[in-house]
Design a binder for this molecule. Structure first.
Ligand code: GDD
Ligand code: MG
Length: 331
């Protein structure tokens, strides 16, 4: 199950015109990376638990089919929260087998086989993949004992009690869904996990020490793009280059274009003469005139930047037009 809800407010302006999981990461929609990870471990039945924009996700049915995955869409009339979303989507799974749940906005190469083996050997009711981070404040923070049993789970604490955080990948025993109330919004992080721990259920932490990124902000989004281009995600991808420049299809470079640092260019872009691109991401069909400098920026789909523009540290919304000599920088 993949949880796809929320408005992606911290990724605006790009999430104004598409759900978060459609954002291109190294030129493919973010959800690809989760589907590829699931396909790698032969998971062939995936349910998307979707809050708004349900119809848009039909585009993914074919992508999944090509990966050998049967995809179902579980649509919520109103946001049910993470717990409500899981409970509601379970009707597409049935059975008494444990199942995986993913937050839709994380990219990782978690070893699902090892995680499942851990879940079974610890006879866990819920297993939570856990990663260590420097700054745990914005995450679900947890405390584990020497057996890796979770003793405390606090969502976004003011003062974190450890560096271990919820990575947003779970394995649930189906019977544990009885503990989630129906018909209202429920957050597994704020409500269900603390309750399960308090009431003595077995909630265990599977420590993941490979690649993990929460693609929640524009900064992290940019880093995730470059990480993947540079081959840091180990899930047997064949869609990306390892290197510093990734170009989509039908990209035109005029004379003396220069790409510095890490640069990702989407399909159908046209880059004018003498233009310099540095540490930036261009979505599809971006047109940039000559003598421009684009640095540390994300440029949305169908943007037209006329010649002699200079843009630093910016996020330019889809379809913007910047007239020649526009400067977006500190003076
Ligand atoms: N179906 C559905 N319905 N999905 C939802 C809903 C809903 O009402 N609300 C949120 N989601 C999905 C989001 O799309 C996302 O994939 C996931 O649930 C988690 O929600 P976020 O809004 O992204 O939460 P967060 O990033 O602040 O924190 C979560 O992720 C961290 C790791 O990245 C929590 O799970 C933290 O505990 C965790 O550390
Ligand atoms: Mg998130």
């Amino acid at each position: 199950m993949i949880l796809l809800g929320g408005q992606g407010t911290r990724l605006r302006p790009f999430t104004l015109s598409r759900p978060k999981s459609f954002l291109p990461v190294a030129n493919v929609p973010m959800i690809h990376y989760q589907l590829m990870l699931l396909a790698k471990y032969k998971v062939d039945n995936v349910i998307l638990a979707i809050s708004p924009h349900c119809k848009k996700y039909r585009d993914f049915l074919n992508i999944a089919k090509n990966l050998g995955i049967k995809l179902s869409l579980s649509c919520e009339k109103y946001p049910l929260g993470t717990g409500g979303g899981i409970k509601n989507a379970f009707r597409y799974l049935k059975g008494d087998e444990p199942f995986f749940v993913f937050n839709g906005d994380i990219i990782s190469d978690c070893n699902l086989e090892k995680m499942l083996a851990f879940h079974k050997s610890s006879r866990s009711d819920v297993s939570i993949a856990v990663v260590k981070v420097e700054n745990p404040k914005d995450f679900g923070v947890l405390v584990i004992d020497e057996e890796k049993r979770i003793r405390q789970f606090i969502e976004k604490p003011e003062v974190p009690v450890s560096n271990l955080i919820n990575a947003g990948i779970y394995i649930f025993q189906p019977e544990i869904l009885d503990e989630i109330p129906s018909g209202r919004e429920v957050s597994v992080e704020k409500e269900t996990f603390p309750y399960l721990i308090r009431s003595g259920k077995k909630v265990y932490a599977y420590i993941h020490d490979g690649y993990w990124m929460d693609v929640g902000t524009l900064d992290k989004y940019r880093i995730a793009n470059f990480d993947i281009m540079e081959g840091k995600l180990k899930i047997g991808l064949n869609v990306t280059n390892t290197g510093k420049l990734l170009t989509g299809e039908n990209v035109v470079f005029e004379k003396d274009v220069e790409a510095r640092g890490a640069v990702i260019i989407g399909d159908g872009c046209h880059i004018g003469k003498n233009t310099v691109l540095k540490d930036s991401i261009l979505f599809e069909n971006v047109k940039i005139g000559k003598n421009c400098l684009i640095e540390n920026s994300i440029i949305g789909r169908d943007v037209h930047i006329e010649c002699n523009c200079e843009i630093h540290d910016s996020a330019i919304a889809d379809r913007c037009r910047l007239r020649h000599y526009t400067k977006i920088k500190k003076f």
